[in-house]
Design a protein around this ligand. Structure first.
Ligand SMILES: Nc1ncnc2c1ncn2[C@@H]1O[C@H](COP(=O)(O)OP(=O)(O)OP(=O)(O)O)[C@@H](O)[C@H]1O
Ligand SMILES: [Mg+2]
Length: 328
């Protein structure tokens, strides 16, 4: 890329505070605070279902958080995806979202539209202003493809690209909106070690362009190599945050990944309640060797114990198709 932005390291780019997202009875994200500073690459890790993608969706206006607020460079963001993109936050998706039947270049041009002033009529009537804007958009898109290493495939259909290239194209499309912060949701999922290494270098290069990065990944080697800071989400709560060393040295993180219970673990209170209710029900049940001829009161589950389990599994929330796709 020819444009070089210099940013003062240390100023806060993203400030999310007290972000909570509930779906019916399920709290997917609970009171999460997270900042990303200029010049930083921050990692967000956690077991499957920890709430990482949901948190991204709250940051980018796809979900309206139940509680909390998200600021970008000191301004509170309205929870509308196009306004968030316009403000300067771009993202990629866990499940690749490209226009499969468009070319590589066209996909990047789509990502560019938030930064072009020319409107629909201008495009349809091919007014001179549009032509000029289109030329400069194309130039910029080609620059990005060069940067990402896909310039020689600019006229290939997106659906014909190998998987790793599709992930890179998603990044190029996100960069086309000239963001100040890039959110990456599992950018190396499905990549081989060689492609992962290339992506690592690419993210460093993006950071060097003055774009702060927040990245979700399950590949720990990748995360700890790349990130200045890592936050760990477990059952929707931020458990630990710090340098790779701090996070790797925290035994609660290992326990959370292995599913080992530990004192004060997020969700531990609920688990204890369910276990207590189960123990109560078992104590009230008749001994196994006595088969009662008639129902005893113990057979009718006490009203305060029976629903305890059901509450933990039913959210009662329906998802939209788009949300479903993002969470597959
Ligand atoms: N729209 C929704 N409606 C109901 N529940 C949802 C919705 N979106 C997410 N969830 C639930 O919220 C929890 C967190 O899911 P999320 O996808 O954010 O996890 P994740 O950390 O990204 O997991 P993974 O590493 O597997 O991608 C899960 O229990 C999920 O089923
Ligand atoms: Mg996810």
């Amino acid at each position: 890329m020819t444009t070089m932005t210099t940013t003062t390291t240390g100023t806060t780019v993203l400030d999310a505070s007290g972000v909570t997202m509930r779906f019916g009875g399920l709290t997917a994200v609970r009171g999460v605070d997270l900042t990303v500073n200029a010049g930083e690459i921050v990692g967000l890790i956690g077991p499957n279902g920890a709430g990482k993608t949901t948190f991204f969706n709250c940051l980018t206006g796809l979900y309206v958080p139940t509680e909390g607020k998200v600021s970008y460079k000191g301004t509170v963001l309205p929870p509308k995806p196009h306004l968030v993109t316009q403000a300067g936050i771009a993202r990629t998706f866990q499940n690749i979202r490209l226009f499969a039947n468009m070319t590589v270049l066209e996909n990047v041009l789509v990502g560019r539209h938030t930064r072009t002033k020319e409107g629909l009529w201008s495009a349809l009537l091919r007014l001179p202003g549009y032509k000029k804007a289109e030329n400069s958009s194309r130039e910029r898109a080609m620059e990005l493809l060069e940067f990402i290493g896909l310039a020689d495939k600019a006229d290939h259909l997106a659906r014909n690209l190998p998987y790793g290239d599709q992930r890179k194209l998603e990044i190029a499309r996100a960069l086309a909106s000239d963001p100040g912060l890039l959110l990456l949701d599992e950018p190396t999922a499905g990549m081989n070690p060689q492609e992962t290494r290339v992506t690592e270098e690419l993210i460093f290069a993006i950071r060097d362009q003055g774009i702060a990065v927040l990245v979700i990944e399950h590949d720990m080697r990748f995360i700890f190599n790349l990130c200045d800071r890592v936050a760990v989400l477990v059952q929707g709560e931020k458990l630990v945050e710090g340098t790779a060393e701090v996070v790797q040295g925290d035994e609660r993180v290992v326990a959370a990944y292995l599913g080992t219970p530990f004192e004060g673990a997020p969700g531990a209170d609920e688990v204890a309640e369910v276990e207590a209710a189960e123990a109560g029900a078992a104590a009230a049940a008749p001994p196994a060797d006595r088969t009662p001829a008639a129902p005893t009161p113990a057979d009718e589950a006490p009203a305060d114990q029976a629903p305890a389990k059901a509450d933990t599994t039913e959210t009662g929330t329906t998802r939209t198709e788009e949300e479903e796709e993002d969470n597959r």
